[in-house]
Design a protein around this ligand. Structure first.
Ligand SMILES: CCCCCCCCCCCC(=O)SCCNC(=O)CCNC(=O)[C@H](O)C(C)(C)COP(=O)(O)OP(=O)(O)OC[C@H]1O[C@@H](n2cnc3c(N)ncnc32)[C@H](O)[C@@H]1OP(=O)(O)O
Ligand SMILES: Cc1cc2nc3c(=O)[nH]c(=O)nc-3n(C[C@H](O)[C@H](O)[C@H](O)COP(=O)(O)OP(=O)(O)OC[C@H]3O[C@@H](n4cnc5c(N)ncnc54)[C@H](O)[C@@H]3O)c2cc1C
Length: 613
């Protein structure tokens, strides 16, 4: 029986001036990807929520076959077992569970999806994510395993180490985490205190957290789930500190799951959100691991303890840069989910009258409600599309890096750092606006919006605290400004520092020209970046040291990074909307949305735009 749709919602949808399928296909990367995205959860729900008869299974099996031959590995007996195992328990909301129960329920679901992903031989990372997201809507206890743990092996491990360790991770023979942050340091990596001292006699590293502040603190899955960590520690060999390196460190016994000798590990306790993730602490008391456990793709320790430095000591940071891309994309999708809930709600919620005696209207009819929601719909599109544009830049740069050409690394670091800060801050304010747009019902956990906020707002902190990330990007932007001041050649992405001019052709009574919008954002970014550079140089002229002058200019430097990200986002949105090959009605609508996004941004940052005329 088809689901009955609320008549107000049906009416609102019927008024669309475009075919939503065009947009959905575009956002998910085409009809094929979209079908798969829809198919996988439907397949799982069918498996779980209806009596599974063998004929059903055959039909699904055949259905899968017509879709993708790679399901051939699917065997019916496993299907039955998995369905039975889960069906008996069924779905339980974790909203009113204790933290312990919520973790266990999430773990149960995560283990189930891990099994099914292997049985279905789902290789595509996105598809794995779609599959899991349906089941483990909150923080997944395996999140670090899926992303940073495997990425670190792939990007920091030698070919032999990848051959040895990656299959263990792919088949869940081990469950991993990425342990870098300590109680005393999260941002300042050079301040990390955990040591890995090389013992040349036994060709082993002795891992130690010598102080309470050196205890690893925060890593996801460390509290209960993980039995191995990719752990970052200060390498000491032949009496010399060789900086932060990564190590494969067994934490718990693979059979008993008990902490190994010298290991003290546990959960750090309740958090603002992320309730179903067991972020933990770890203390190491002179734990020994073989020399081969250091991830040696870029830097090495030879048997005699000789340290072979990396060609570039920033390559150890690549897993963080990679994961920042995940966060940049996920922020846009989180806002998309929240504004979808709030918009649907606003179509069905009738409250108050516009015309006295005219009857209560859909709250979507209030101009203020439209402003709250449409700006967030535009922001979600902007963030998703800018994330795709940034990822395209990353992929082309990363393939160069893999061939040893590191010239784009500073640009990549600046782009990922500033976009991660910009997108997560925009997402946090946007999701909160959507929650409030739903009145009291938005405050119910059942609305789904509060958890979207409390889980995802941590992305403003993890993977590089946002202010610090802006300052990282500002290092690169300031260097480019200095080069521009000397008339030197700039990287492609910042060449606008030399070329941007404010020759706006639009007059106020005309419909604004999109190229003028890009020019305005470009000019604003160029102006703010040059102002920050001027303040830095003023600090130096006052006799301050480089670092004191940097601190003196830091508020403007943060603004410069955000203005750069805002320009990158507006440009990506407009250029992709124009070039996406939509039919007229869809393209017209999307360019309207892009204008709304850009003009709303000008209003929110009107100080900057007024100042630059
Ligand atoms: C949503 C899904 C949910 C899924 C579930 C998600 C669960 C949550 C997972 C969270 C996981 C984590 O949080 S893992 C932990 C994340 N932690 C972090 O990100 C730590 C952030 N801190 C840092 O990266 C560092 O400490 C810095 C960069 C801030 C400062 O380090 P530093 O050594 O003092 O470096 P600094 O002097 O500033 O700069 C030295 C030079 O290195 C360069 N540099 C610095 N970093 C990088 C880099 N990554 N790549 C390239 N280059 C770099 C700088 O540009 C600079 O170049 P030049 O300018 O001199 O040329
Ligand atoms: C939900 C969650 C999951 C996490 N998961 C992991 C994980 O799996 N693995 C892991 O290793 N870590 C993890 N972390 C830790 C996270 O990476 C750190 O919290 C983050 O790097 C920030 O460091 P910090 O907590 O020390 O904050 P701090 O750096 O102490 O920040 C506190 C304040 O100091 C300011 N500040 C710091 N340095 C500067 C500077 N140079 N200039 C200006 N201002 C500055 C910041 O802007 C901020 O306002 C997680 C954290 C959270 C919240």
């Amino acid at each position: 029986m088809g689901k009955s749709v609320n008549p107000d919602l049906a009416k609102a949808r019927s008024q669309a001036t475009f075919d939503p399928a065009n947009l959905t296909n575009y956002l998910y990367g085409g009809p094929e990807k979209l079908r798969r995205k829809r198919y996988l959860p439907a397949f799982v729900f069918k498996e779980l929520c209806t009596e599974m008869s063998l004929t059903d299974l055959c039909l699904i099996f055949l259905g899968l076959l017509t879709h993708v031959s790679d399901y051939l590995g699917l065997t019916l007996s496993i299907e039955n077992m998995a369905a039975k195992e889960y069906k008996e328990e069924g779905f339980k909301s974790t909203d009113d569970m204790s933290r312990e129960e919520a973790y266990e329920e999430s773990m149960r679901r995560a283990v189930y999806t891990n099994k099914r992903v292997l049985q279905l031989n789902l290789q595509d990372q996105e598809e794995q994510y779609y599959f899991r997201e349906i089941f483990v809507p909150g923080a997944n206890p395996f999140a670090l395993h899926y992303v940073m743990f495997k990425d670190a092996i792939n990007t920091q491990g030698t070919e032999d180490q990848i051959q040895k360790w990656l299959p263990l991770a792919e088949t869940y023979a081990v469950t991993g985490t990425y342990a870098q942050t300590e109680l005393g340091h999260g941002t300042f990596l050079r301040g990390l205190e955990t040591t890995a001292e090389y013992d040349v006699q036994r060709e082993e590293f002795i891992l130690n957290t010598p102080t309470i502040t050196s205890s690893k603190f925060w890593p996801g899955a460390l509290g209960k789930t993980a039995n191995v960590a990719i752990l970052n520690a200060k390498l000491i060999t032949k009496g010399r500190n060789c900086g932060m390196q990564s190590f494969w460190v067994p934490l718990r016994h693979l059979e008993t799951h008990q902490p190994l000798p010298g290991i003290t590990v546990g959960d750090i306790g309740p958090k603002f959100g992320y309730h179903t993730s067991d972020n933990g602490f770890l203390q190491l008391n002179r734990v020994r691991i073989p020399r081969e456990n250091m991830l040696m793709r870029y830097s090495k320790v030879l048997q005699d303890g000789t340290f072979v430095p990396p060609e570039n000591d920033r390559l150890v940071y690549v897993p963080m840069t990679q994961f920042r891309f995940v966060v940049i994309g996920r922020s846009g999708w989180t806002l998309a989910k929240a504004v979808t809930v709030a918009t649907r709600y606003s179509a069905v919620r009738r409250q108050s009258e516009i015309t006295p005696g005219g009857g209560e209207v859909q709250i979507l009819d209030f101009q203020t409600q439209q402003h709250k929601l449409f700006t967030q719909i535009a922001s979600a599109y902007a963030m998703i599309i800018a994330a795709k544009a940034a990822k395209d830049l990353y992929d082309s740069a990363f393939s160069k890096m893999e061939k040893g050409n590191l010239e784009d690394l500073p640009m990549l670091h600046a782009l990922t750092s500033s976009m991660k800060a910009f997108n997560t801050w925009e997402m946090a304010t946007g999701v909160e606006q959507c929650r409030m747009a739903c009145g009291g019902h938005g405050y119910l956990l059942a609305s789904g919006i509060p958890q979207m906020y409390t889980d995802m707002v941590s992305a403003c902190t993890y993977e590089g605290e946002n202010t610090v990330m802006c300052l990282q990007a500002a290092r690169f932007l300031n260097k480019c400004q200095e080069a521009a001041n000397k008339g030197e050649r700039l990287p492609q992405l910042t060449r606008f520092l030399q070329t941007s001019r404010l020759n706006i052709s639009s007059s106020l009574d005309q419909d604004v020209d999109l190229n003028d919008i890009i020019a305005a954002y470009e000019f604003r970014a160029a102006t703010v970046i040059s102002e920050a550079n001027a303040r830095l140089n003023a600090g130096l002229a006052m006799g301050k040291s480089q670092s004191e002058a940097w601190n003196y200019a830091s508020q403007l430097l943060v603004k410069a990074a955000l203005a750069f990200s805002h320009w990158f986002t507006v440009r990506a949105l407009i250029e992709n909307m124009r070039g996406a090959g939509f039919d007229n009605s869809t393209e017209t609508l999307l360019l309207q949305l892009a204008k709304l996004y850009a003009l709303d941004g000008m209003l929110r940052y009107s100080g900057d735009f007024r100042k630059v005329g």
